[in-house]
Design a binder for this molecule. Structure first.
Ligand SMILES: [Zn+2]
Length: 289
């Protein structure tokens, strides 16, 4: 039986968010595969940590270019027109999302996408409101295994697919999946954000932990920065596997939710940090050929 379609099926769209990957770590790794998508830009995240930044992605706003002498509303409008190219459709504008202002719901309910999220960081877990508008939303078993995500991705000729992939290899402690946890760098033996919070807040009171964490010295910071660069080189290989497995009509955007500080002006990490390096992120996108 021949199925006649009245309209072209929109592109599959994959949004790859390298958690905490700052722009210059990305550039320093010289990733070859990801560059085949298009020109690598240094852009600016709207937020300095994971949750607000992902919410921003989910309303359809990618990291910005910080143009001067332009009204914000004009910038949003123009930036959003790019979705016509990403999705391979016409006539999408910023107001297409009004009033809900939520990309997964728009893709699913208005354009017939199957919408999926696979996330690595527990702050994005499926109980959060970010699960809205997704047909499936999964916190991965391990925080640092993008390859495990690839094994779960499916594409269909009947429906276009949207995948949001939050990648943890580039997040502290920048550990590759085959690296035993005993050899990861540690902050006083504590890894998880949640574990950290539990240690400090008991019965609503902020407690001091036994033995305050000593802040990293610069040689430790340098080592950590090298680890993040190494994680980008590794992810580039996994991206090659992704590019090889997706159907031709797939558009892929690779970027980061925020950057990371490695000792500049006394800062480490991201979150409560006001520094250029926590906002500058890589941005590259294009259609698979
Ligand atoms: Zn993050």
């Amino acid at each position: 039986m021949v199925i006649h379609r009245s309209k072209k099926t929109p592109n599959n769209f994959i949004l790859v968010i390298l958690d905490s990957c700052r722009y210059d770590s990305f550039v320093k790794a010289r990733p070859k595969v990801v560059k085949s998508l298009g020109k690598v830009e240094g852009r600016w995240s709207y937020a300095s940590w994971t949750s607000p930044s992902h919410y921003n992605f989910l309303i359809g706003l990618m990291p910005h270019t910080s143009p001067k002498n332009v009204f914000a509303s004009e910038y949003y409008k123009r930036d959003f027109l790019k979705f016509n190219e990403r999705l391979g459709v016409e006539n999408i504008e910023f107001r297409s999302l009004v009033p809900k202002m939520y990309l997964p719901a728009f893709l699913r309910d208005d354009l017939g996408y199957r919408t999926h999220a696979m996330v690595s960081l527990p702050v994005l877990n499926p109980m959060t409101i970010l699960n809205n508008g997704f047909d499936s939303y999964k916190l991965m078993d391990r925080h640092n295994d993008m390859r495990a995500m690839l094994k779960q991705m499916k594409f269909s000729d009947e429906h276009p697919s949207f995948y949001l992939l939050n990648i943890g290899e580039t997040h502290y402690p920048y550990a590759l999946p085959d690296e035993p946890p005993e050899s990861w760098p540690r902050i006083s033996g504590v890894h998880g954000v949640f574990k950290h919070l539990d240690d400090e807040v008991v019965g609503g009171k902020l407690l001091k932990r036994k033995g305050e964490d000593k802040f990293f010295d610069q040689s430790k910071m340098d080592e950590l920065r090298k680890r993040q660069i190494r994680s980008v080189s590794y992810i580039d290989k996994v991206l090659e596997e992704l590019f090889d497995m997706v159907p031709k009509n797939t558009y892929i955007t690779v970027t980061a939710d925020h950057g990371e500080l490695f000792g500049e002006d006394g800062y480490f990490g991201h979150g409560p940090v006001q520094h250029e390096k926590v906002f500058q992120v890589p941005f590259v996108e294009g259609k698979i050929r």
